[in-house]
Write a protein that binds this ligand. Structure first.
Ligand code: F3S
Length: 406
């Protein structure tokens, strides 16, 4: 990869060790992926900040980087962590302490302290065509597909390195030729809510792996539908980008989405959506002791809808019900009274954390009900929780009744 004079000086250590290490990482990635040069980025988003991913050695490393003077030079946001900074949820004290060491170190490096997988709702909104370096697979697929920004599936370290240098190697989804569709999915299924979109993503992700799916027949989805579709594609597959014809900006037509490439066609009917839901369900025991929704973090609209479902009801005494969002959206939900409705019912609107990146299993839960395709995909292996998957309404009903009505 051809380096600029300034990049060479950084690599020689002229701007200190953290910058030198960051440049080494970008140069190595560029070589591996055959990038000709780097491009400037307008923002970075660093994932992998949970203590689960970082570990204690990672906490030490982050503190050392901060002490050595590492400072980001473009707007850089942090992904979800493993604790709620605003309250005690009963998680082990040493877990909370070490998680906050990581969080504090990244804030010291200049990252925003918003801790969310939907930073595009809370202040950093990439525009069409701009290059960014974001990690967090659900956010990457959203920015590429729905916003038309250009991003690879960065890891946490490479996103931080890009945030420190302000550039990223030019390869993958930064280039036009890699953004074209690979397989057409003709959708005749009726998609009624985010759980249906999540099931579609889970089903298709397994088929396409890292390829770019093109959906034809998705009609007038809301933003949340597209967020949940992308999150599911990125977890059951390793999808970084999709097109929805007539919906996403680089797919005004089927022909434009494929850009002249040949493609196969797969039909998606109600049968495939049902199969996607089965794929996300691992529980057999209808008794539910934990309900968690908001993965990706819920928007204000989703919180309002759940508050309306919970109004006047009570969560079952044997059930813990967490609704995940970030500090900004929680603030709005508090001001508008949705949080009070939720908490009067006995549920909790959590901030900063999510089930997958935290350890709710430490509280003894066994069976989870969720409307999140990503959580349903990861919780059995990552949290040792068997999972029921369905709509937000089914999850609220399960929280109130204490069992899943299959
Ligand atoms: Fe976000 Fe955590 Fe889900 S990072 S997408 S809430 S697994």
């Amino acid at each position: 990869m051809k380096l600029t004079d300034e990049e060479k000086r950084i690599l020689d250590g002229e701007r200190g060790e953290p910058m030198q290490k960051a440049m080494e990482m970008l140069a190595t990635l560029g070589e591996i992926y055959g990038a000709e040069k780097t491009v400037p980025i307008n923002s970075a988003h660093v994932a992998g900040l949970s203590l689960k991913s970082h570990g204690l050695a990672g906490a030490d490393w982050a503190e050392d980087m901060a002490k050595a003077g590492a400072r980001v030079c473009v707007p850089t946001t942090m992904n979800v962590i493993g604790v709620d900074r605003s309250r005690d949820l009963g998680l082990p004290k040493d877990w909370c302490h070490n998680q906050m060491r990581i969080e504090d170190a990244y804030e010291c490096m200049g990252c925003f302290g918003t801790s969310s997988c939907v930073p595009y709702y809370t202040g950093v909104l990439p525009r069409f065509g701009e290059s960014i370096a974001w990690s967090e697979s659900s956010a990457v697929v959203f920015t590429n597909s729905v916003l038309g920004a250009r991003d690879n599936r960065e890891g946490g370290p490479s996103a931080l390195a890009a945030g420190l240098i302000g550039r990223t190697p030019l390869y993958g989804f930064h280039l036009d030729e890699n953004r074209r569709g690979d397989i057409l999915f003709k959708v005749t299924a009726k998609l009624e809510d985010t759980a249906d979109y999540g099931a579609l993503g889970a089903y298709v992700g397994k088929i396409v792996g890292t390829k770019v799916p093109v959906f034809d027949g998705i009609l007038n989805p809301c933003i949340e539908d597209l967020v949940y579709l992308g999150a599911a594609l990125a977890s059951s597959g390793s999808v970084a980008m999709f097109h929805a014809v007539g919906v996403t900006p680089e797919a005004p037509t089927v022909a434009a989405a494929f850009g002249g490439k040949k493609y196969d066609t797969v039909l998606i009917t109600d049968k495939e959506i049902a199969a996607g839901k089965r794929q996300l369900t691992s529980a057999a025991d209808p008794k539910v002791d934990y309900v968690a929704i908001g993965c990706p973090h819920f928007t204000l609209r989703q919180i309002r809808d759940v508050a309306m479902l919970l109004r006047g009801k009570k969560v079952h005494k044997d059930v813990t019900f967490w609704i995940h969002t970030n500090v900004a959206i929680k603030g709005l939900a508090t001001q508008l009274g949705y949080r009070k409705i939720i908490e009067d019912a006995g549920a909790v609107l959590t901030q900063d954390l999510c089930t997958v990146l935290s350890i709710p299993e430490a509280l003894g839960f066994k069976t989870l009900a969720t409307s999140s395709p990503k959580m349903a995909f990861y919780a059995p292996g990552g949290n040792n929780l068997m999972t029921w998957y369905g709509s937000d309404k089914q999850c609220v009903d399960a929280a109130v009744r204490g069992y899943w009505d299959n």
